[in-house]
Design a protein around this ligand. Structure first.
Ligand code: EPS
Length: 411
């Protein structure tokens, strides 16, 4: 990995910390841009009371000076305002056991990490597991992703997302996606581009809330302006589709990832799946110098911008499916870990749905995968060096093609 990130923190602990390592020196960054994505992650109809308590924003801890990265690890802190209400339960030092016993979670929720976690880590209180398994950790990922987006923006890459289904209601995808995508999606409180389905989605969320239930859904992430040639076909762990899918599958509650046409491609013949290759300009002319697609175009993009684990220069398109949140106010059957007796699962304050937030989190994961692949290909200790490497490669794409044609005659 050329761009590494890690997070630390518990949902009701003092704070989250994100460390991003591998960014080149000289990248202009501002907390405001990171905070904007953190605020977007907190939005969406169907979120719970916690989002009214928090005001997620970052404090720089290291790696940035005078508005630019230094090339050293960038550390950011996101405080949990709710910590003030949990200091006794989440205290770091050993304390009076009474309070801890009173708030112990002994009825694991089906679908959450509670049961598998206590068995694996040999804990008696499922809180020791659920605090870290909580999707609140995704705030720290979004902060890391915002820095990756900042780097990609220097190379003309724009990443956006929209909700394609929520609670079983499908939103139509316009033939031409709006640009910038997020300006349009963020206008909807459920982040759909098809406003006709919005009232029905809101109705289903209200209904699920009344019933003590939760809802899942799917989002699509689109990255435009990605250069041809990121990732590689040569080895499994260098394939960019695999790297993207791994990052996206690691988002809490995500159960499926599709690239381009995805699963639907498996049910169609090749002639209806693969994207025909065209020249961008009249075939008699050499490709435009500096074209990040090397002078080629596709009449469709069913591959989702990836062939053989390598970017094609067409938009990278991924879809992510999220199961319904596992904390139900009308809880499912479980076993009480202290008595062994049948019980109803723990119900804690939570969201009815977090699908609108999933789009923002998935954008961050895609940004981290693409920024990592950019650094792998163009390296550079400084942004200037990376830019020179990028321009050298893009500039040579068309020229190489012309030389090859010159050597062998017109094809
Ligand atoms: C979340 C914070 C959590 C939940 C949700 C996501 O806050 P709390 O547990 O205090 O209500 O709203 O967490 C989960 C979905 C989960 O499974 O733990 C957040 O900041 O995104």
């Amino acid at each position: 990995m050329h761009l590494r990130f890690t997070t630390a923190g518990e949902s009701h602990g003092k704070a989250f910390v994100t460390i991003v390592e591998g960014l080149p020196a000289g990248l202009p960054v501002a907390a405001e841009a990171v905070d904007r994505d953190l605020a977007r992650r907190m939005q969406g109809y169907g979120r719970g009371a916690r989002m009214k308590i928090e005001r997620d924003r970052i404090d720089w801890l290291s790696g940035v000076r005078a508005g630019e990265t230094l090339g050293s690890p960038v550390a950011m802190l996101i405080a949990n305002r709710d910590w003030a209400n949990w200091e006794d339960v989440m205290a770091h030092e050993a304390a009076e056991p009474g309070e801890l016993r009173r708030r112990r979670v002994s009825r694991p929720r089906p679908g959450h990490a509670d049961l598998a976690g206590v068995l694996k880590y040999d804990r008696i209180d499922a809180r020791d597991i659920l605090e870290r398994a909580s999707a609140r950790e995704t705030a720290a990922r979004v902060a890391a992703g915002a820095l990756a987006k900042r780097l990609l923006d220097e190379f003309g890459v724009e990443i956006g997302s929209h909700v394609v289904s929520l609670g079983g209601v499908l939103a139509a995808r316009p033939a031409q996606l709006p640009a910038p995508l997020n300006d349009a999606a963020d206008r909807s409180e459920v982040r759909v581009l098809d406003s006709s389905v919005e009232p029905e989605i809101v109705r289903r969320i209200d209904e699920a809330k009344k019933a003590g239930d939760t809802l899942g859904g799917e989002v699509e992430v689109v990255a435009r302006g990605v250069v041809v040639g990121l990732g590689s076909h040569v080895s499994w762990d260098r394939k960019l589709d695999g790297r993207l899918a791994g990052l996206l599958m690691s988002i809490p509650a995500v159960k499926g990832v599709e690239i381009g046409m995805g699963f639907a491609a498996a049910r169609r013949p090749g002639s209806e799946v693969h994207d025909p290759i065209n020249r961008a300009e009249p075939a008699s002319l050499p490709p435009v110098a500096g074209d990040r697609r090397g002078g080629f175009r596709r009449s469709s993009n069913n591959a989702g911008g990836l062939e053989g684990g390598i970017t094609t220069g067409e938009p990278v398109v991924v879809r992510v499916a999220m199961k319904p949140i596992s904390t139900l106010m009308a809880p499912l059957p479980t076993v009480d870990l202290s008595s062994g007796a049948p019980a109803n699962a723990q119900s804690e304050r939570s969201d009815v749905t977090a699908v609108p937030a999933l789009g923002v989190i998935a954008e961050a994961m895609v940004a981290l995968a693409l920024a990592d692949a950019m650094l792998e290909k163009f390296g550079g200790d400084s942004l200037g060096e990376m830019r020179r490497n990028y321009q050298g490669y893009v500039g040579s794409l068309g020229g190489r093609w012309t030389e090859a044609r010159g050597a062998t005659g017109p094809c």
